[in-house]
Design a protein around this ligand. Sequence first.
Ligand SMILES: [Fe+2]
Length: 187
Amino acid sequence: MNDLKDLLRFDVQHLISIEEQIIKALPAMIDKAHNPQLKQALEQHLRVTEIQRDRLDRVKQHLGQDADYDNGIFAGLFSSGSKNKGMDGLIDDGQKILALDMNPAVKDAAIIGCAQKIEHVEIAAYGTARTYAEHLGMTDVAQLLQQTLLEEHDADDLLTTLAVGGVNQRAEAGTTMNTSTSSGSYR
Ligand SMILES: [Fe+2]
């Protein structure tokens, strides 16, 4: 890797891995969600994530290829289904928690916690890549990455709204009844 553009290519490859891991992990989380609004939010985010994955192919096209991309360091790091280890760890931790026997309302709170950790990693990774693209003057790439970054913020905000709008309260009470009238984001 010789320059910032190489580093951006590397990060985009990581983002592709991250999105693909999330696409695989989300159906199980959707399946375990009890709250209908949470289930719907996760289903919607799965559809958005599939679009985000395809958007990264457009980013790759804009970035172009270099000799390292398919043959060198990238091939070694991302060949044969290699995963982003950070995201893999988060997903694995989440699967372990969600496999535990727990009250449905508590499980909904746990799902939101897992999903927000995932979102925060994506927000950090997309923010970094977007800023590299801006610095390189690659406006098209920066706009594509920014579009996804905004979607990740929206997903995170919606999860916060669901958490403070009743899910956490129902988990505290150990009930599936809606006992809350509050809603809103802490951002
Ligand atoms: Fe995403």
